[in-house]
Ligand binder design. Structure first.
Ligand code: ADP
Ligand code: MG
Length: 270
């Protein structure tokens, strides 16, 4: 039987759809035209369209990861002024955004400092940079997540809910210390911390380093155990600066042309 040399493009489209190759499905006529015109060998054409499909797949995956991460909009490392937090090394933060040295062993990152110091901004920006390098991240206010886990516990699905969070290499819990007394009583946060210990990383922000955490867990022994697990493999950043919002407001009042009143190592120490 003689086969028809002309390609049935409608059928090809169906086949590519069946194979789940949407980028090739859209782009092959353009690639084919160029290949015909420039006399590409068949292998080169095949390589070009498969590379295109893979690149599109990566792009879509990162897009999905960004959507599921619920990061704070507009908070990036580019818009974060490291000069405002002289105790934080930009080089160290940049090394952290590569991810592999700490996320692979489930190490943690703890950001402490007074309100307005830039904890949430820095946390979200680190999350964004990690997603761009291929990691999966979720950002949540701690109280929101605790609430969801409490619901799961009531429905006897706490373990499953915690397991589902395993898909995130990094879980960002913003404002741990805002967990309320009644939320603390059910210890879901402790279960989460225990489950992720040495397996999956967490980034936790809090106004108070450990001092106030007694309210977050049901009893002192559990507080101690939680802190112990969190700090065992952890990098701690203390953003002990005056509120960025307040400094901005003061500078606006002062008008242009004056030197910025950022915290310096000297006045932070005093
Ligand atoms: P925190 O979470 O510590 O209370 P935020 O991260 O919410 O503080 O910061 C308060 C506001 O100030 C945000 O709008 C944030 O983008 C901005 N901000 C704080 N620190 C910096 C900084 N170093 N560079 C740029 N913007 C900052
Ligand atoms: Mg915050």
């Amino acid at each position: 039987m003689k086969t028809n040399p002309a390609v049935d493009s409608a059928k090809l489209s169906l086949l590519l759809n069946e194979l789940r190759l949407p980028a090739i499905q859209v782009m092959w006529p353009q690639f084919a035209e160029q290949a015909d015109k420039e006399g590409w060998p068949a292998a080169r054409f095949l390589a070009a369209i498969t590379e295109h499909e893979l690149a599109e797949r990566d792009r879509r995956r990162i897009e999905r990861h960004l959507a599921e991460a619920r990061l704070l909009p507009g908070k990036t490392l580019e818009t974060f002024e490291f000069e405002a937090v002289p105790m934080i090394s930009k080089a160290q933060v940049m090394a952290i955004t590569a991810g592999d040295t700490w996320l692979e062993k489930g190490a943690n990152l703890l950001l402490f400092g007074p309100p307005g110091g830039g904890k949430s901004h820095l946390a979200s920006a680190i999350g964004l940079a990690l997603i761009e390098t291929g990691w999966r991240v979720m950002f949540t206010r701690t109280t929101d997540l605790v609430q969801k886990l409490q619901v799961a516990r009531r429905e006897l699905g706490l373990e499953a809910a915690i397991n589902r969070l395993d898909r995130f290499h990094l879980l960002i819990l913003d404002d741990l210390a805002y967990v309320t007394k009644d939320q603390a009583e059910t210890s879901v946060l402790f279960e989460l911390i225990s489950a992720r210990y040495e397996r999956r990383s967490m980034l936790i922000t809090a106004n108070q380093p450990f001092g106030e955490w007694g309210r977050v867990f049901p009893d002192p022994a559990m507080t101690l155990a939680a802190v112990d697990r969190l700090v065992h493999h952890a990098t701690i950043f203390e953003l002990n600066v005056e509120s960025y919002r307040r400094r901005e407001a003061i500078e606006r009042k002062r008008g242009p042309g004056r030197p910025p009143s950022y915290a310096t190592p000297a006045n932070v120490a005093s």
